[in-house]
Design a protein around this ligand. Sequence first.
Ligand SMILES: [Zn+2]
Length: 121
Amino acid sequence: MKCEKCTDQISSEDAYEHGGKTLCEDCYMDAVATPKTCDPWAVYSAKKTMSQDLTLTPKQQRLFDLIKTNGPLTLEQICAQLDITEEEFRTNFATLRHMELARGCKLEGQVCYTLFDDQSS
Ligand SMILES: [Zn+2]
């Protein structure tokens, strides 16, 4: 017989019943040990829905666009180019960071800010 989840061949003494399905020991353990709330897919789609619902303020959008075109940039560069204070930057950057759009990084010992999925730094 086969595990209905991973389709591994299993003998009937290694088969487990879970939710009306025949599972191998590994899949059974996964199924019983993972609470519904920890389902990675559920978390992923919740996150996705959340970031789609959130819209950036004009300031956050400008900050994001600047990092996107010119990043990684230092705090001084960002504040100078957007003409904002350090505090304004921190408040707006915190939102971008929270939405996983941007992040901090270290470049030659300096703290810089770049896109969340920037692979180069
Ligand atoms: Zn299995």
